[in-house]
Design a protein around this ligand. Sequence first.
Ligand SMILES: Cc1cc2nc3c(=O)[nH]c(=O)nc-3n(C[C@H](O)[C@H](O)[C@H](O)COP(=O)(O)OP(=O)(O)OC[C@H]3O[C@@H](n4cnc5c(N)ncnc54)[C@H](O)[C@@H]3O)c2cc1C
Length: 503
Amino acid sequence: MKKSVIVIGAGIAGLAAAIRLSAQGYQVTVFESNPTVGGKVSWIKQDGYQWGLGASLLTFPELVDELFELCGKRPSDYYEYIRLDPITKYFYEDGTTLNAYADKNKLAGEIAEKTKEKKETVLSYLQYLHEIFDLTEHTFLRKSLHRWNTYLTQNAADIFFTNPMKMGLFRTIHKKNESVFKDKRIVQLFDRYATYNGSNPYKAPSVLNIIAHPEFNRGGYIMKDGMPSITQNLYKLAQEMGVVFHLNTTVDEIVVQHKKAVGVKVAGAVYRADTIVCNMDINFAYSKLLSHHKEPVRYTRQEKSTSVIIFYWGMKKKFPQLDVHNILFSSDYEQEFRAISRGEISKDPTVYIFVSSKVNPDHAAPDGENWFTLINVPHDSGQDWEAYVEKYRHIMTEKINRLIGEDIRPYISTEVVNHPQKIREVTQSYMGALYGNSSNKVMSSFLRHPNFSSDIKDLYFCGGSVHPGGGVPVCLLSAKITADLIQSDNEKRKQHKSLPAAT
Ligand SMILES: Cc1cc2nc3c(=O)[nH]c(=O)nc-3n(C[C@H](O)[C@H](O)[C@H](O)COP(=O)(O)OP(=O)(O)OC[C@H]3O[C@@H](n4cnc5c(N)ncnc54)[C@H](O)[C@@H]3O)c2cc1C
């Protein structure tokens, strides 16, 4: 008989884990609280406009393809993704606009033309990112950091013997970028990548500069049918593989007997399985589903990542000044992050505008655009978010008007708003943090919860709040690490059982 697995949560990592485990021969059942799958990668629709709730930029699309190929399917039968060029358009308060082209030479040329930087400086920095990424990827992104055998590899030895200064352990993202670039605008451009995992460039270690590597050295992509088409298609694939889904169904408890996870409790009924995989945010998993068990506070009490306020605006006009991804930088980035560290929002936050209807006009009403307009804000610690929304609707529109040279207010025909409290409610993310723990400390990678429980047998974890962290590609890797651990743990047990008994 097939071994059974229950997955709690159909976020992108829960879906990917379900697919991998079903391809490995397990009978998989998924419970999801919401009426639809996808968590932070799902749709918001209103008045003929649609927006992805969260994730907007795709890197490493091959990690999505891999799931389909694993199941013997052709990705192109399900979806199409497009390589963006330029990837992002940058706007500065001094009037500079800069296109981050996909081609490295063209990008370096653009930077050299519009700022004080030399083309060679940009190219050699991108090469440095490439090297550090290649060095760290295998151990830090593809393996559990909480199993000894991870450290018994040549790659781990290579990392260990690499100069810690070169690795970027002893200075911050900002300090490293400031040591490479003379022009403040370019320092700010590369500092921005700290926000991709909810961190602060003035605190996070410079090894995290590698977050910029995929976009600049491998390419930034957009799903033609929108980012949520990833989770929609994973849902389809999982069903084709025989995974059973219970939507609108919240798991209330992980049932543990004799230190082994044996099932889940849903509205008083117990569903049993050989293995449980939890895709729920780790803090809530301990407080809500494992309330009778000891919380591993060394992981759960870490500083949480940032969150966002997003205005999803239906615009009844097209704006040629904008590209698909646009960053309207603040004039004082350090001040912006100082405010976030205090639990506040600066007077002049950086505004990100994502317009997927520039690639797929179906995402907006005719002749209109779907603007996903975001600022980074602190995680929720009881702030008055409704008051912030009122205040920042005004501040953000003023900034946009100033930098794109047009009053946008008459063209906002419909609006949906998200803020940390709402994000917490919809995706059950602790404090509304987008990426679980922040990565503001050198040891942060080791302070993410492991992909398994050390105390409860057959209980595993995947998703943005556990190792290796948040973001679509990283969550997909988290699902892979988890599925690989389940497979190898079960194989070890089988081998152990088949050994002849000692006489
Ligand atoms: C605004 C925003 C912008 C982002 N931008 C990007 C980007 O551009 N690129 C990128 O790569 N990443 C981005 N991210 C991050 C990325 O979207 C997330 O890291 C990733 O989607 C998290 O996936 P997850 O698997 O951890 O689960 P989540 O998406 O957090 O989903 C967890 C699911 O579990 C369900 N659940 C929880 N508890 C229970 C329970 N007890 N019973 C049943 N179901 C339960 C929830 O309902 C939810 O559906 C962004 C995120 C946000 C919010």
